[in-house]
Write a protein that binds this ligand. Structure first.
Ligand code: FAD
Length: 474
């Protein structure tokens, strides 16, 4: 019987524990979670008729790992696609809300007519954007920032008006330091392989016209799924699949050591608030700073690399208001605000437009995202001040007539979003090299190879499978 500790009961640690417990092999898995619940940053607030997610409200399925895990645990029926109505997003442009052109996918122009028709770009910017076709591919293989890649290929105005706000909304990042290789390797590869983004789209269309058309249209929303009853309900379903006795809540790991017994066999000894526990292997699924702290004595080289991953903070002000009190456009899934608009808002998600059952009819749940890597001081504000800021944003951007929401909450995310800065992918390769010397330790979670739920699940599953493979090879 191999005793494995999984430290951290966020979605990454849960995925590791579930995978290990379903694999063939004699594993005794213990999932150690410091708090009194699983899920980490994922949590649903239920209050009367309202259902509000504190962080993620859905996940993508193009990377299929979260969907597959749901399927394995009998939870696929609980996942719902976004509403078919209102499948569009807006971008703030000189104070007006304009639709993000359908033919612009993250940073790839895919439909010339929709780009030519948009008012979000000047004629000069449109021509510069379509001229991407003739911009030669970069020769260097070195990593570069999102800002460098996007301005080089698409021009400054397209970067400022569309790419920067779309990406800031996802990563809450500074585009001048965000790594292209680590966050959007598909576009780097497209440039390397086909010479550019438009050329990449044309090549994909040649190969599979239907798929390329789907990607280029509003149908790309189809790839998202949300648990019908909220993330906490989904997490409860996953937890129910863990073997008896596996989950130990209220158990914080404070120290990790690696003693060797008299026969030279090494084990892992975990000091927790509930005593010392011994294991044959450890999977650490914690945020980077906590991981670095736990391993600085036993694997200092790994701890140094992990500890260097920076994190950004943000705040979400969730407000439920009457639809009739909003004069601005709410016939979409949300809006993004370019930095040059000079507003504190990164994005506003019209969360209850995306999925049913979140608020009663006649009301709308708006989640205002503030802060991010470029506004680290936003969290210095008190809750009352953050509500005041969000209120002013709703008044200015969406023409809200009232001063008080029907329901509101401030959710603080201090140092919660890993920032993959230029060189991240190379540093992760170095980390892998270091960890190869320690086959009974695996690291997984949002700090390494993707911050989204599917990527976290994939990292947790991979950690479990690699551990099992190492043992089967022995
Ligand atoms: C505001 C916000 C919105 C997001 N929106 C989306 C979205 O729409 N879609 C999407 O796919 N992703 C989204 N994400 C990203 C995604 O939700 C996270 O990256 C992912 O949930 C992180 O999971 P994790 O298990 O790696 O880490 P965490 O969730 O951070 O889990 C770590 C766990 O470890 C525990 N722990 C900490 N220290 C110890 C210790 N010493 N001993 C034991 N346990 C410990 C913690 O209590 C916690 O439960 C969002 C994230 C945020 C913050």
């Amino acid at each position: 019987m191999k005793r494995v500790a999984v430290i951290g009961g966020g979605v990454s640690g849960l995925a590791t524990a579930l995978t290990l417990s379903k694999l063939d092999g004699d594993f005794q898995v213990t999932l150690l979670e410091a708090s009194d619940r699983v899920g980490g940053v994922l949590e649903t607030i239920h209050d009367g008729p309202y259902m509000v997610e504190r962080s993620a409200d859905n996940f993508a399925t193009l990377i299929p790992d979260a969907l597959m895990l749901s399927r394995q645990c009998g939870l696929e029926q609980e996942l719902i696609p976004p509403n078919s109505e209102h499948r569009q997003a807006f971008v703030l442009n000189r104070g007006r809300l304009l639709p993000v052109p359908v033919g612009f996918s993250l940073m790839q122009p895919t439909r010339i007519r929709s780009i030519l028709g948009t008012s979000t770009l000047s004629w000069y910017a449109k021509l510069r954007l379509l001229g991407e076709f003739w911009i030669p591919a970069r020769e260097s293989e070195e990593d570069e920032s999102l800002e460098s890649f996007a301005t080089r290929r698409l021009g400054v105005e397209t970067f400022e008006n569309l790419v920067e706000p779309i990406v800031s909304g996802i990563f809450t990042a500074n585009p001048a330091t965000l790594s292209m290789k680590a966050t959007m390797p598909q576009f780097v590869e497209m440039e390397r392989r086909y010479g550019g983004l438009i050329r990449g789209h044309l090549a994909a269309r040649k190969k599979d016209a239907a798929a390329a058309a789907r990607r280029a249209s509003g149908a790309r929303y189809d790839q998202f799924r949300a648990p019908r009853e909220g993330m906490s309900h989904w997490l409860a379903g996953l937890t129910a699949e863990l073997p008896d006795g596996c989950l130990q809540l209220n158990t914080r790991v404070v120290e990790v050591s690696n003693p060797t017994d008299s026969q030279g066999r090494s084990s892992w000894s975990l000091q927790t608030n509930r005593g010392t526990m011994d294991f044959d292997a450890v999977v650490c699924a914690l945020p980077a700073a906590a991981t670095a702290e736990l391993f600085q004595e036993t694997i200092p080289q790994a701890a140094a690399i992990v500890g260097d991953v920076p994190y950004a903070s943000s705040a979400v002000v969730a407000m439920i208001v009457n639809r009739a009190d909003l004069k601005g456009r709410i016939d979409g899934f949300g809006l993004i605000a370019p930095r040059k608009e000079g507003r504190p808002t990164l994005a506003i998600s019209y969360t209850s437009n995306k999925y049913p059952g979140r608020v009663p009819e006649g009301e709308i749940l708006l989640r205002v995202f503030l802060g991010g890597a470029l506004s680290p001081h936003m969290l210095d504000h008190s809750d009352a001040e953050l509500i005041e800021i969000a209120t002013e944003e709703l008044r200015a951007i969406l023409g809200w007539q009232e001063r008080r929401a029907n329901w509101q909450a401030v959710i603080r995310w201090k140092e919660s979003m890993p920032q993959y800065v230029v060189g991240h992918a190379e540093r992760m390769q170095q980390l892998e090299t270091v960890l190869r010397q320690h086959p009974t330790v695996k690291l997984c979670g949002a700090a390494y190879s993707g911050v989204g739920i599917p990527q976290c699940v994939r990292s947790g599953r991979k950690a479990a499978e690699e551990l099992a493979d190492n043992w089967s090879e022995q």
